[in-house]
Design a protein around this ligand. Structure first.
Ligand code: AMP
Length: 506
């Protein structure tokens, strides 16, 4: 028996209940149960929740309801000032949130739109100038609109800061402060802050933004960790690709989301996996908006086997029911591990998360395990402990991978510090750099030395990674000096429970 209230018991109006029913929701999620009545009462909220908890409906539904009396069909832009502003760190999340607002608000007559960088601002001008009640935006592009006077924030009644922890990581706080200065006084608006993690820095931000907030926390962190079967392969860096290819192709998996740390690394791995015969795409901040959306669409439609992603690009993506998330490289920030594996095992479904941990990543693994308060089981191939140098010798793709590694060994990678990764930080260049990368500000907080292999759309390194490990220390060798595995044997550690998806005909 459940004591969960229904949506109509939360005080929502029929226009919204109808849209909720059409979205197929029968019961509110825990964050919705708490957030909807609180926001309807006009209180500020500090929400400890991440994407996947239903938090978007948790704030969008009451916002729409509060704005219902202001709905009108006047053609005058003056009758449609921005009354609710929702800030998100990434374009993808902004798009997703606005789609949700549109879906929930389809019977309300409230106008909404989304603005984000990476696309021509001129396309957005007529829509925002025509007037909209709910604006979803990434911070940089919003400031561009303010500079162009296409958006006026002086009548904002409700301000939402979504994924505040990621905003912090990405160096958006100065922009957010500038935006807050353009809003009516804190006391005159309702403020909602959502963050997957509530650190001291987030609390400080909340102190400046929120007025006697109600704290609402939903514990997805451990839930995600519990519904996802996690395992880690101890593997040399130069064998990761062969292992990944083996995992995906031996099980004919589709929709595998594979995380790496850098945009550069994402492109390279995607190219290499394609060469290995896997249908692959990549999503990261260096790709155009159109390319990112296309990659995402293909992935959602199960037209690709692997999507290689950086943390920030994949952040907040609402992709349901993924069979497998692979941490090809462990994240520098342990919390990112939770975000990554949260892409699978959603809504109680079982999911799998596999991490490929090279010797130099042992420290990162230890930090993740400390955060999880548990150890992640070590997976082995075919019952062998991971010590076979010939592990993949029967697989042509792996031979190729090893050969390529050998060929490049000893060749130091040229520094990339002066690549597009280096963004200008000066106020003068602010507008331009935003137009190009509205959500790519991470380098602002980085040391120059890190710029070499860092990702501008990746959270800054907060802990030192051990880069001194000996990559050959854990080279896969047979437990008893036994060489290799059989070519086609499945990997027992991969207990894939769900049916394999078949690719759609393209
Ligand atoms: P969010 O955390 O807002 O990104 O939501 C994650 C996913 O949950 C989205 O696909 C929503 O459509 C879905 N969702 C939100 N609320 C509910 C609900 N009450 N019942 C079922 N699914 C929901």
């Amino acid at each position: 028996m459940s004591s969960t209230p229904s949506f109509d018991e939360l005080g929502l109006r029929p226009e919204l209940l109808r849209a909720v029913a059409e979205a197929g929701y029968t019961t509110p999620t825990p964050i919705q149960v708490q957030a909807i009545p609180t926001i309807l009462r006009g209180l500020d909220v500090m929400g400890g929740a991440q994407t996947g908890t239903g938090k978007t409906a948790g704030f969008a539904l009451p916002i729409l309801q509060k704005l219902l009396p202001m709905a009108n069909s006047s053609p005058s832009p003056a009758r449609h000032p921005v009354r609710a502003l929702i800030l998100t760190p990434t374009r993808e999340l902004a798009i997703q949130v606005e789609e949700a607002v549109k879906a929930y608000g389809k019977y309300t007559g409230i106008r909404s739109t989304v603005v984000y960088g990476g696309v021509d601002i001129r396309q957005q001008l007529p829509i925002v100038r025509a007037g909209i009640e709910i604006l979803v935006a990434t911070p940089g592009r919003l400031l561009d609109h303010v500079e162009q006077k296409s958006v006026n924030l002086s009548q904002v009644e409700i301000f939402v800061l979504d994924e505040a922890d990621r905003m912090l990581d990405m160096g958006f706080i100065p922009d957010i402060k500038r935006i807050m200065a353009l809003l009516p006084a804190t006391a005159k608006r309702q403020n909602l802050l959502f963050s997957a993690t509530i650190s001291n820095e987030i609390k400080k931000l909340a102190d400046q933004l929120l007025n006697a907030p109600t704290l609402i926390e939903v514990a997805l962190r451990n839930t995600a960790a519990e519904t996802v079967a996690q395992s880690v392969y101890k593997v040399a860096t130069d064998q990761k690709r062969a292992l990944l290819t083996h995992i995906v192709s031996s099980r004919n998996l589709w929709q595998v989301l594979c995380f790496v740390r850098t945009k550069h690394g994402a492109s390279r791995l995607a190219r290499q996996l394609e060469k290995d015969g896997l249908k692959t795409t990549a999503i990261h901040g260096d790709r155009s908006q159109a390319a990112r959306l296309e990659a995402l669409d293909d992935f959602k439609a199960a037209k690709v086997q692997v999507m290689v992603a950086t943390d920030v690009a994949a952040r907040g993506l609402d992709i349901d029911d993924l069979p497998l998330v692979v941490n090809y490289e462990l994240p520098y920030v342990p919390e990112d591990y939770i975000h990554r594996i949260g892409r699978t095992g959603r809504a109680g479904a079982t999911g799998q998360a596999i991490s490929l941990c090279s010797p130099d990543e042992e420290k990162l693994l230890a930090e993740i395990e400390r955060m999880l308060k548990r150890t992640i089981p070590v997976a082995t191939l075919d019952g062998l402990t991971p010590r076979s140098p010939d592990l993949f010798t029967q697989r042509p793709s792996a031979q190729r991978a090893t050969r390529e590694v050998r060929e490049t060994r000893g060749t130091k990678r040229p520094p990339h510090a002066a690549t597009p990764a280096s963004h200008s930080n000066s106020p003068a260049s602010h507008s331009k750099s935003h137009a190009a990368h509205a959500d790519s500000h991470a380098p602002r907080r980085e040391r120059a030395a890190d710029a070499d292999d860092r990702n501008p759309d990746q959270a800054p390194i907060s802990r030192d990674a051990d880069r001194t490990g000996n990559p050959s220390a854990l080279v896969l060798t047979g437990a008893a000096g036994r060489p290799s595995l059989h070519r086609k044997r499945p990997i027992p550690a991969l207990l894939m429970k769900r049916a394999t998806r078949e690719p759609e005909k393209v």
